[in-house]
Design a protein. Structure first.
Length: 232
């Protein structure tokens, strides 16, 4: 594991990153420096302190295989019986949905799945059909919604929130779900113009609900939309 050889101890906490290979993370900054940590907690601290540097890539360890994966594309499980690293609430990354769900089944926790309706590499219906299969296996929509929810993002390119995590903050939604028992029914997404300015916002509703304009107010503001169950 080259990143462990480069950062044997967490830059922030000093912990042995080989011992915490399952939870470690790595930031690669645009000017060539990097930051190794044993957990997402220390990554958040470094990002807050390094406001003068632009992250080029953020990597997280796959909980099972311990190899580094793109943190933005990982399936994150928050909470559960396993104690967290540097935080009370555990946060684990998985490369595969099936591995995240197997972990939840054994250890508890919550899972948010999401995909853009404009995705071209993986047809969007693949994930909606997959979610339906999970519902069937778990006994129905209500039983599944207790631990896993799907959000399909309209009007966004691939990987919603990739350019700016605040534009589609699934991590915050997970934290509220786990720590305050506030299950996410909606997540607001911001869409930006070619100059990086927010041009409109939208409600992203927990599947199968969709966002619909109320008929009054600025159609570029999420507040003027509501979530409805589409007619079959």
């Amino acid at each position: 594991m080259p990143d462990i050889h480069a950062h044997k101890q967490g830059n922030e906490c000093g912990r042995d990153r080989e011992k915490f290979a399952h939870s470690r993370m790595l930031i690669e900054y645009g000017e060539g420096s990097s930051f190794g940590s044993c957990s997402i907690h220390c990554v958040a601290l470094d990002l807050a302190q390094s406001f003068d540097k632009q992250p080029k890539a953020i990597w997280a360890a796959d909980y099972n295989k311990k190899n580094l994966i793109d943190a933005e594309k990982a399936y994150w499980v928050i909470g559960g019986k396993k104690p967290g690293v540097m935080t009370k609430t555990a946060k684990w990354a998985f490369a595969e949905k099936k591995d995240a769900e197997a972990f939840i089944k054994e250890n508890g926790g919550k899972l948010i799945l999401y995909q853009s309706w404009n995705e071209t590499a993986v047809p969007p219906r693949m994930i909606t059909e997959y979610y339906k299969s999970v519902q069937k296996a778990m006994g129905g929509p209500k039983e599944t919604a207790d631990f896993a929810r799907l959000f399909m993002v309209a009007g966004s390119g691939m990987c919603p929130g990739f350019g700016n995590a605040e534009d589609f903050n699934t991590l915050e939604a997970l934290q509220l779900w786990v720590e305050e028992d506030i299950a996410p029914d909606i997540i607001v997404t911001n869409l930006r113009d070619d100059k990086g300015r927010i041009s409109r916002s939208r409600l992203v509703c927990a599947y199968p609900k969709v966002s619909r304009y109320k008929g009054t107010g600025d159609p570029n503001e999420a507040a003027n939309f509501s979530c409805i169950t589409p007619e079959k």
